[in-house]
Structure formats: structure tokens, C-alpha cells
Design a protein around this ligand. Sequence first.
Ligand SMILES: O=P(O)(O)OC[C@H]1O[C@H](O[C@H]2O[C@H](CO)[C@@H](O)[C@H](O)[C@H]2O)[C@H](O)[C@@H](O)[C@@H]1O
Length: 259
Amino acid sequence: MTALPEPARPAPPQGAGHADGYALFLDFDGTLVDLAPRPQDVRVAPGLGETLERLRDRVGGALALVSGRPVAVLDGFLDPHRFDAAGLHGVETRRAGRFTASAGADDPVLRAAVAQFADFARRHPGILVEDKGRSVALHWRLAPELEDEAIAQGAVALERMGPDWRIQAGKSVLEILPAFASKAGAVQGFLQAPPYAGRLPIFVGDDVTDEHGFEAALALGGLAIRIGEGPTVAPWRLPSPSAFRERLKAWAEGEPFGV
Ligand SMILES: O=P(O)(O)OC[C@H]1O[C@H](O[C@H]2O[C@H](CO)[C@@H](O)[C@H](O)[C@H]2O)[C@H](O)[C@@H](O)[C@@H]1O
């Protein structure tokens, strides 16, 4: 195991058992859980919620999920466990039980894109549309031969929607979401206030959208761990979600934050 560097600056005073000066920001799909053919097929490994709760205690409460999923969907997968979370790549936030969304639901511009994608999916078996209320994802994992057509659909939709929206690329997916949203902003937001403020961020993720989180964590002197293959700015890497879940258990038991 390679030990990660200790926090370079002193952590604020914390109570007994909260001695680690880190804040943990964890992606969900492809990081905490294995990827599955369809979004609804994801399975949460037994004991993951309990492990995350122990780890949250270890870092004085400074643990948040940072995901492209809606916060409510994360809750459903991890039920009955609840965590601080940024959903939809930062459009939604729940912190200490308080939920906020920085974009309205049912925006007519987004609804038009959902309708366009649904029409495309009807004509192309294997294409899936994930309507997330404040964003929409177009998936081609079950029809990889349609990747180029799906990407073209995304470009057409974005052209109609204008500059308040952007496309987020992912694994066999593209998403359209409010232009301001990013995992970097989510991390910076959490670090504004206790129990995150003053702590060194560790961001763990597996996908293109997580690179924003990595960059934010590294810019603040923190750490970044990439799960799986692919180009990344993250200086550390683990091979798979299952390898990361093993690390999580070790961290929760008090082992140093190494990979
Ligand atoms: O930020 P994340 O928590 O990693 O969420 C990113 C997107 O993950 C989901 O899609 C991905 O996982 C699916 C289930 O394993 C898989 O079928 C799909 O191909 C992947 O792209 C989720 O469905 C999206 O809403 C998230 O934005």
C-alpha cells in the first residue's frame, strides 16, 4: 500500500476520534458501485452504507457523495443510510439534512430536450433516456454502435437550448445539465463551512466528470484517486470499485489514507 501524504497544513482542532484532517468526496457509479448495463441495475455491496458511516465518523462528519445522480436516487440505493451529497454534478446539494437545488425542476427548455431524446430512443432500441428532472442523460451502453448518432443528438439539443446549458460526457453516456454545474463547484461549496472547512479534500472518482473534482481537490492542496483506467490528472489510482471498497473498509477501521 502507498500511503498518501499527510495533510500539509494543520487541521483545525477536532474532538477525540476526529483526528484525521481530511474531507472525503466520493463519486458513486464506477467508484462506490460497479457499473451495470442500465442505471437502475446498479447494486450496492452489502455493508457499504455502514462502512461509509464509520468513515464519516472518522473524518468528523466531512464525507459527501458527489454524483451525477439525483440526491434522492442516491438515497434510494443506500437506504436507510443518508449522507451529505451533491447530485446532478452539483446542481443539487444536501448538507446536514438540508436540501437545495440551484436550478428549477421542469424547465421547458430541458423538457424539449427530454422529448427529443425520447423520440430518438423510440426509434433506436438499446438507447436509454434517464430523465433526472433538472438534467437528462442519453445512454448508449446497450447499443455502442449508436454512439456517434447519440452524440449528434446531444449536439442538436444543445444548439437549441443555448448557453445556459452544457453537455457532460461520461461512460457510454452524455448528459445535458445547467452550464454552471460541476463537481469542482460542489467540492468548493462543501469546503466553505464546517465540518469540511479547513480540511484537506480527497476526491475519488472514475469518470470524465470526476476530473473537475480532482482538479478542485488538487488546487486546494488535496488528493485525487482515480478508479480504473483512463487518462486523468489524479496522481493515485485503484483498479476497480471493489478494490476501492476494500480500501474504504480499511480506512473506516483507522488505517492510513493510502491506496
Ligand atoms: O457521478 P456518478 O455517480 O459516477 O454518476 C455518473 C452517471 O452514472 C450513471 O451512469 C453510469 O452508470 C450506469 C450504471 O452503472 C451505466 O449503465 C452507465 O453506462 C454509466 O454512464 C447514471 O445513470 C448517470 O445518471 C450518472 O450521471
